[in-house]
Design a protein around this ligand. Structure first.
Ligand SMILES: Nc1ncnc2c1ncn2[C@@H]1O[C@H](COP(=O)(O)OP(=O)(O)OP(=O)(O)O)[C@@H](O)[C@H]1O
Length: 269
């Protein structure tokens, strides 16, 4: 019998919507001497969806990777709930980062594990002991929380299906449920719908927006389709060559802004 105690399932913390949770200032990154992020500033607020748009290579993924610690910026500040991440080390940093979840275009589920087991894995960062070794030892409370998360994304009826047998759209929903089971406050989605057909893409984006608004998550999604951003995002950050060209309400993403963001040879334009 496990002695692990999990709090009651709770998909959102009692924080006011609109409150900034992630504040990024002057993010600067280069690869091989070439600057790919040049002083990027933005804020993510709970209860809203920010779409990151821009042409290939404009720096969208690198921005999210810097926030996740998958890339190290040369300069800049990343504050999560007011805490500067670069000042943290070891378990403190891991704990802070555990409130940020990421979903990717290539959905990282373990195909031979069930949807439920994959969702439970979202909690591994806070579980110790046998549960971190095998799903056999997942505590009952965790499975209940994972089932609640699967129900939240409309996948409860597929809980015991092997992840490898799910469609792309279903698998992405399970990945989102795993982020909920992680109890993340911030969800960074790097091209979450690029591998999905138009209907599944629409559904997954609608789900992300619903979770942002109803569960008080801060969602940032890198998208290649301005239309999806217009339908599901509250604000947009448009990047050109590693600099922010536009940051503001989604209504600013008009035809001329879209043309600017996607114009080839922008430096010459
Ligand atoms: N690990 C790396 N090593 C070298 N260059 C990199 C690396 N990662 C990204 N880059 C370069 O940094 C720039 C920004 O890349 P990034 O992937 O952030 O752009 P993006 O806007 O997400 O592009 P896409 O829409 O094509 O995914 C590109 O020129 C890319 O080639």
């Amino acid at each position: 019998m496990t002695t692990l105690h999990l709090p009651l399932p709770r998909l959102a913390e009692a924080t006011a919507p609109g409150e900034p949770i992630l504040e990024v200032e002057n993010l600067t990154k280069s690869f091989g001497g070439r600057t790919v992020l040049d002083g990027v500033d933005f804020t993510l607020a709970r209860g809203s969806v920010v779409a990151f748009l821009g042409a290939n290579g404009s720096g969208k993924s690198t921005t999210l990777k810097c926030v996740m610690g998958l890339e190290t910026p040369e300069a800049g500040s990343i504050r999560l709930a007011g805490i500067e991440l670069s000042a943290l080390r070891g378990t403190e940093l891991a704990r802070a980062r555990s409130s940020v979840a990421m979903v990717f275009q290539k959905i990282h589920l373990v195909p031979r594990r069930t949807a439920l087991e994959n969702v439970c894995a979202g909690a591994l960062g806070r579980l110790g002991g046998p549960a971190s070794i095998s799903p056999m030892f997942f505590p009952r409370e965790l499975k209940e929380e994972a089932m609640a998360a699967l129900a939240r994304v409309g996948m409860a009826d597929r809980a015991h299906e092997k992840a490898g047998r799910l469609s792309g759209g279903q698998a992405q929903r399970v990945a989102v449920a795993r982020a909920l089971c992680q109890r993340a406050s911030v969800l960074l989605a790097d091209e979450p719908v690029s591998a999905l057909d138009p209907r599944a893409a629409e559904e997954v984006m609608a789900l992300l927006a619903e979770l942002a608004h109803e569960e008080n998550l801060a969602v940032a999604a890198v998208l290649h389709q301005p239309d999806l951003a217009l339908r599901h995002a509250d604000t947009v950050i448009g990047l050109i060559d590693g600099r922010i060209e536009y940051s503001g309400h989604i209504s600013g993403l008009d035809a001329s802004m879209q043309a600017r963001l996607y114009t080839p040879n922008r430096a010459a334009a």
